[in-house]
Design a protein around this ligand. Structure first.
Ligand code: ATP
Ligand code: MG
Length: 490
């Protein structure tokens, strides 16, 4: 068992006067954050929270949410972070699956769980008197700190158990790669209930670095903060970066802005090229809920020579590609398998899924990729989405990337459909840009110029909307439903 001083208490002792978090209007120092979190902890104790309990948070990005996470750490409770975009049914399912004792909800979100006796609003909690309890002064690195359900892109969500050690090593690995500058301030415009956002709050307290919070992503305001030099690092997914780049126009970011950490899914090449042109320091990264954020990141000196790569593993982590049970050769595609102290210890109440995912200390990600001769990772797709057509592998993401590079295409999704001759063939679903007029024949001709014949979509359907989950990820397995009933033969 390895223990450490409680992070917030230690930080408030080391650098009490430094700014911990600001939302652009209100700022708190680490000392103030500590006082606030300790007060919430004493109220949570009054509400019956005990060590080892699972307590859910259903909150939007605001300073109180960070306080609440630390308050629960002070009690040794495990924090279940819930996605505020989920439906009542999905939220209730997670609470039942996890066995959560209590949900602390923002007033405006509490209605989503109306009638559920486990809900306590932030306002109701604030009104409780503080109990006289002692707060935990240490944390055990092996203990579960937080639980996040995966976004369920490939199946039923599973509760990922993230330990204090996972968060610690994730923060350390990130700093060893990106460095830590005295004037750093990290912008969290991604949700704190996802690992991309929560990991910023963990780095803030571990590094003693201020963070900025956006209640919801606002590209204009984010650009203003970067332009003013308030923010030096920001975490984004491709859709966010796209909006910031459009909003930026001809302007350029100042040198104070040193890192745009881009992850969460494949990055469209045109976007990377646009960033290159504007001198935006994009660091591509690959990670997941189970790796407590980044595990592979591309260092900026390779952003041009290795464009499209997610990079190399962070210092304490390892990476391997497995094909047919054997390590693959460079450029040979296989399952991405990772190892490291930031990899979660498993799934809540799911020993079988855990044993299947983690074998000999290696985590099988379910993603497909390859490494080049220099050890750089290229993520191709998800294993479950792979299309096998006439014995050839077709990666939907590759076909989608080609469709997305057509000037008329706004969104594209590709999936495999059963075919008598080939076993499966790729079908594409496309949402055109407003006013655009490309037709199926034109798009197929465009694909034929850029893709091997077996990768060219056998059919292309035009749709108004693609199925996405609450995390805005494409649900490829639901694409088939968009085929008009008259044409469905399976
Ligand atoms: P579920 O596991 O329930 O299906 P999910 O995997 O979508 O959900 P997350 O943990 O939020 O849930 O997402 C991690 C996944 O996102 C990775 O496993 C990978 O498929 C994808 N991803 C992350 N970074 C990249 C990247 N740089 N390039 C391509 N895909 C990425
Ligand atoms: Mg996953």
């Amino acid at each position: 068992m390895t223990t450490m001083p409680n992070w917030l208490k230690q930080r408030a002792f080391l650098t009490p006067e430094r700014i911990a978090v600001s939302d652009g209007k209100q700022a708190k120092t680490f000392a103030e954050l500590y006082e606030a979190a300790a007060a919430w902890a004493r109220r949570l104790a009054r509400a019956g929270v005990k060590e080892g309990d699972i307590v859910a948070l259903l909150m939007k990005n605001r300073i109180e949410m960070i306080e609440m996470v630390h308050a629960l750490f002070f009690l040794g409770a495990r924090v279940l972070l819930q996605n505020v975009r989920l439906t009542s049914y999905e939220l209730g399912w997670q609470l039942d699956d996890s066995g959560a004792r209590l949900v602390i909800a923002d007033e405006e979100l509490a209605g989503r769980l109306a009638g559920d006796g486990r809900v306590l609003t932030v306002g109701a909690l604030a009104a409780l008197p503080e109990a006289d309890v002692s707060l935990k002064e240490t944390c055990d690195l092996e203990e579960t700190a937080t639980i996040m359900y995966t976004s369920g892109t490939t199946g039923t969500p599973k509760g990922v158990l993230q330990t204090y050690g996972n968060h610690w090593w994730s923060a350390v690995g990130s700093a060893l790669n990106l460095g830590l500058h005295e004037r750093d301030c990290w912008l969290a415009a991604v949700p704190l209930f996802h690992i991309s956002g929560l990991s910023i709050a963990m780095r803030s307290v571990i590094y003693g670095m201020p963070m900025r919070l956006q209640a919801s992503f606002d590209p204009k305001e984010a650009n203003e903060w970067i332009m003013r030099g308030d923010v030096t690092i920001m975490s984004v997914v491709a859709a966010m970066l796209q909006r910031m780049v459009s909003e930026l126009g001809e302007a350029r970011y100042p040198d104070t802005f040193r890192c745009m950490l881009l992850g969460g899914g494949p990055a469209p090449r045109p976007l990377l090229e646009a960033c290159k042109e504007k001198g935006i320091p994009v660091y591509q990264t690959y990670g997941m809920t189970e790796t407590a954020s980044q595990i592979v990141t591309l260092a900026p000196e390779y952003s041009l020579t290795k464009l499209g790569s997610a990079g190399k593993p962070l210092f304490p982590a390892e990476l391997c590609i497995i094909k047919d049970g054997q390590p693959a050769r460079p450029h040979e595609a296989g399952e991405i398998v990772v190892k490291g102290p930031n990899v979660a210890k498993g799934y809540l109440h799911r020993p079988e899924a855990t044993a299947q995912a983690i074998r000999d200390g290696w985590f099988y990600t379910g993603d497909i990729g390859y490494v080049d001769e220099d050890g750089f990772l290229y993520v191709l797709d998800r294993r479950s989405d792979l299309i096998i057509s006439g014995g050839e592998n077709v990666y939907p993401a590759e076909v989608e990337a080609v469709l997305l590079s057509h000037p008329d295409v706004e969104e594209a999704g590709v999936t495999g459909v059963e075919d008598e001759t080939w076993g499966q063939v790729p079908y594409a679903f496309v949402r055109l840009k407003r006013g655009a007029a490309a037709d199926e024949a034109a798009l197929r001709a465009f694909c034929r110029e850029r893709l091997a014949k077996y990768k060219v979509p056998a059919r292309i359907y035009f749709v108004d909307e693609l199925p996405r989950n609450a995390a805005q990820k494409l649900l490829r397995r639901e694409l088939k439903r968009l085929i008009p009933k008259t044409e469905q033969m399976f």
